[in-house]
Design a protein around this ligand. Structure first.
Ligand SMILES: [Zn+2]
Length: 211
């Protein structure tokens, strides 16, 4: 048996079990998805949104990339955000990072990871530069890295708030609320580290006045 056959076998087993537990489950989801949450998480295989929040298919709309970044030229993340906010009408957007993130760790080195990854990681290096004073004052390497994970999540929440997608939804419908969370690989627990309620004012330069 090939390694990927295990995935197909696992899928069969899961679908059967789900159907036995709740016979209407798949039929309900065929017709409607009404998730209240958009999750922007890391691609890391150890941080699957549904499992760590004990939720079912249909409950969370998910986007994942290396180090859970929200970049204002990334058509992918912005399309997901637009759809989640304007079509699915989610009430909450969660950016969830995790301690021990390989992307964060890589960004703190001076290694050349070649063009594409260098481009991506540059965004994390910028987060470090914005918060250099605080981060450089932390002498323990692990603690400094953990703090960068938290600050990165915070900056990505700001990046969400800077988009016209979020600002328009805040102005017109007073949603979604933005959350910055960090997941601990060691204990499986999520720690909320930053919140931004709908309507929060950010630096005036980022605020559109003709939405
Ligand atoms: Zn990661």
């Amino acid at each position: 048996m090939k390694s990927y056959d295990l995935l197909l076998k696992g899928n069969e087993k899961w679908a059967k079990k789900k159907n036995e537990e709740d016979p209407g489950f798949f039929q309900r989801l065929v017709h409607l998805q009404t998730p209240q949450f958009l999750w922007i998480g890391c691609s890391d295989s150890r941080v699957p949104a549904n499992q760590i929040t004990d939720t079912d298919p249909g409950e969370i709309f998910v986007h994942r990339n290396v180090a859970n970044l929200v970049i204002n030229t990334d058509v992918n993340v912005l399309s997901v955000l637009d759809y989640a906010v304007n079509q699915l009408k989610v009430k909450h957007v969660i950016v969830c990072g995790h301690y021990g993130c390989g992307g964060i760790k890589a960004a703190t080195t001076k290694t050349d990871f070649k063009p594409v990854l260098n481009m991506w990681l540059r965004n994390i290096k910028d987060v470090y530069r914005y918060h250099r004073k605080e981060l450089d004052s932390i002498t323990d390497t692990q603690m400094r890295e953990d703090r960068l994970v938290e600050l990165n999540v915070q900056e990505q929440v700001y990046n969400l708030a800077k988009t016209s997608i979020i600002q328009r939804a805040w102005q017109q419908e007073n949603r979604p609320h933005l959350h910055g969370w960090v997941y601990g690989l060691k204990d499986g627990l999520v720690k909320p580290v930053f919140e931004m309620n709908a309507g929060t004012h950010i630096d005036a330069l980022y605020e559109f006045d003709d939405l």
